[in-house]
Design a protein around this ligand. Structure first.
Ligand code: GDP
Ligand code: MN
Ligand code: MN
Length: 252
């Protein structure tokens, strides 16, 4: 068994309004059931999610958090504007975004963008994945899965990794429940985070700096699943999320 991960080279710096599907399609020949991993950074750039820090006016809550933490109130306002709940204020803002993803600073980046600018994540990464995927399928005539990724930290361990924040034609999680192990025991709880694992594999080629590799093709794995899929299927239901419950207790 083996699979391939292929960096798509020579993608230019992306700007607002750029047509990502046609840019990508020019750089790589696609095959049926390829899984295309796209860094959210370039999706956000193409969608124009770029803001000037100096143009942001902090509201009351941002000023309060800034006073408590010593952080730039404009940056806090940016994070709040993309968040539905704040769990941690310092040493980092840990929030659940409007799209439902829980991460540091609502996924707002100051890296790989000009100085003084903030790059917000795509508004609706599932919708972005669907739009890009449909267009790429039209251009290439191939059946494709798409995963839009971001770099996230993890609880309990040092080191960030690529994670999936939006998907198209792939399930985020593979259920092993009901399957047997090597000894014939029936698995009761195991679910494999396929989309995050693929995001992590692709991130090995992307890196985090000036590499200029925002798109990676994974070929040779069969996770194609046509139809309506959403990264939201992988968000733990609120009533089962003991970590969020614990963080709420600490904050209140
Ligand atoms: P994020 O994980 O989605 O926040 O994206 P990163 O900032 O970590 O960038 C992932 C990869 O994409 C790195 O190899 C960057 O150098 C590359 N990258 C970021 N923006 C661009 C761009 O506009 N054009 C190209 N070609 N590469 C980019
Ligand atoms: Mn990012
Ligand atoms: Mn990254």
């Amino acid at each position: 068994m083996k699979f391939e991960a292929i960096a798509v080279e020579k993608i230019p710096l992306i700007h607002e309004g750029d047509n990502l599907p046609s840019i990508i399609c020019e750089k790589i020949g696609l095959q049926d059931r390829d899984i295309m991993i796209i860094a959210s950074t370039i999706v956000a750039k193409a969608e124009g999610e770029i803001f000037r820090l100096e143009d942001i006016t902090p509201g009351e809550e941002a000023l309060e958090i800034a006073a408590r933490t010593g952080k730039d109130p404009r940056f806090i306002q940016a994070v709040l504007s993309k968040s539905r709940e704040v769990f941690v204020e310092t040493p980092f803002m840990l929030v659940t975004t409007l799209a439902g993803h829980t991460c540091v600073n609502a996924g707002i980046d100051e890296s790989n963008i000009e100085n003084g600018f903030l790059l917000y994540p795509p508004e609706n990464p599932d919708a972005s994945a669907l739009k890009i995927g449909k267009e790429l399928e039209k251009l290439s005539g191939k059946k494709l899965s798409i995963i839009i990724t971001d770099t996230n930290g993890r609880a309990f361990k040092i080191g960030q990794t690529g994670v999936a924040i939006g998907i198209y034609n792939i399930k985020p999680v593979k259920r092993w429940i009901g399957e047997k192990d090597l000894f014939g025991k029936v698995l009761e709880i195991t679910e494999q985070a396929i989309a995050d694992e693929l995001a992590g594999a692709a991130n090995l080629l992307m890196g985090e700096g000036a590499g200029g590799i925002p798109v990676v093709i994974i070929r040779g794995l069969d996770y194609y699943c046509e139809g309506d899929t959403s990264i939201k299927e992988s968000y733990r239901p609120e009533n089962m999320d003991v970590i969020k419950q614990g963080l709420r207790c600490l904050r209140n």
